[in-house]
Design a protein around this ligand. Structure first.
Ligand code: ADP
Ligand code: TRP
Length: 335
């Protein structure tokens, strides 16, 4: 049904990809590339809102590209590119900004949240973050955007900006992009520190990175938050322990999970054993990806070739859109 639709999504290069990014986002990308016209990019402009160290940013862009490839994104099937390689996106951002209003931008939850957590750096880039994201999506006239639940409001704004442009300039240049994921429920991978989702913002010990070595995985698991253990049979499971069961459900054999659940129910469970088993199963699950990331990161020529190829392919589609947008607005050469 969705055959041939255009898909756009990006991830900010704020470090290494973790298991949550992989299972929540990248696996959707991989599945979609077989049946859709896909553009997946590394959102380096978006990460500038928090002023990263230039050397770190430079390294992270390469890291995420290598990780995309190692996870199974195929540069022949999808267009893989770096956001800052497309000046057309920056131009569309400028054009869309003329019809984006302070009031609506100030009401966006991610802006309010950032303004609260970084009161000394409430910059204009932060305020217009949804406009840049809309430009990313609209520059390829995307229909579908595979993202997590946290991005729903940004997508709503992309629709608003696209529709507003269409209405003001009486064109149908931009379709309405919809959030997309396989399966009914949006996946939420839990972290190791007893909180909700696995997220970089809650510290290194909360996440399992795709590139983590077996030693790092064992160490992080040994520090995972549990509780003092069940005192009576069939007692309620605390969040920390449930998170470990949930991770086990994703990467271990079902008999292993059953064994530990049974041990929990009859109070014979030893969390040390649970953590060790989960660590080993995570190591087996992630080893092939880790090895591929390491190999690809060593091959600068390959990474450069992929980035260049993606840039050229993405520019073709972006040129069409920006030319049409300019002309709709009345920016056309007369000489
Ligand atoms: P983080 O929260 O670690 O900063 P990002 O916000 O950069 O991660 O997320 C990039 C993509 O990965 C988004 O599409 C997001 O929905 C998805 N994602 C991140 N963490 C998880 C998680 N724990 N479970 C499922 N999906 C996730
Ligand atoms: N804002 C997204 C995030 O934080 C990243 C992103 C930027 C994006 N531009 C996009 C996602 C366009 C989808 C489409 O995860």
């Amino acid at each position: 049904m969705s055959q041939g639709k255009t898909v756009v999504s990006g991830i900010r290069p704020t470090g290494k990809l973790h298991l949550g990014n992989y299972l929540g986002a990248v696996q959707n990308f991989i599945q979609m590339q077989h049946s859709h016209n896909c553009y997946f990019f590394i959102a380096d402009y978006h990460s500038l809102t928090t002023h990263p160290n230039p050397a770190d940013l430079h390294q992270s862009v390469k890291q995420v590209l290598a990780e995309y490839l190692a996870c199974g994104l195929d540069p022949e099937k999808s267009t893989l590119y770096i956001q800052s390689d497309l000046p057309q996106t920056a131009e569309l951002y400028l054009l869309l900004n003329m019809h984006a209003y302070m009031g609506e931008l100030e009401r966006v939850s991610s802006f309010k949240e950032k303004a609260r957590t970084q009161p000394n750096n409430i910059n204009a880039g932060l305020l217009t973050y949804p406009v840049l994201m809309a430009a990313d999506i609209l520059i390829h006239a995307a229909d579908l955007v595979p993202v997590g639940k946290d991005q729903e409001q940004h997508l709503e704004m992309a629709r608003t900006f696209g529709n507003r442009f269409n209405r003001i300039y009486q064109t149908n240049l931009f379709p309405e992009p919809q959030a997309f994921n396989y399966g009914k429920e949006l996946i939420k991978i839990p972290g190791l520190q007893g909180g909700g989702k696995m997220s970089k913002s809650d510290g290194e010990n909360n996440v399992i990175n795709l590139i983590d070595s077996p030693e790092e995985i064992r160490k992080k698991l040994s520090r995972a938050v549990t509780d003092s253990g069940p005192q009576v049979p069939n007692s309620e499971v605390s969040t920390g322990v449930q998170n470990l069961f949930d991770l086990m459900h994703l990467v271990s054999q079902s008999s292993t999970l059953e064994h530990f659940k049974q041990a929990y129910a009859d109070c014979s469970i030893r969390y040390g054993d649970l953590k060790k088993q989960l660590a080993e199963d995570l190591i087996i699950y992630l080893s092939p990806i880790r090895e591929k990331i390491t190999a690809i990161l060593e091959d600068d020529a390959y990474l450069s070739k992929i980035a260049q190829m993606g840039k050229d392919k993405a520019a073709e589609s972006a040129d069409k859109t920006i030319t049409a947008a300019r002309s709709a607005i009345g920016i056309q050469r007369f000489y």
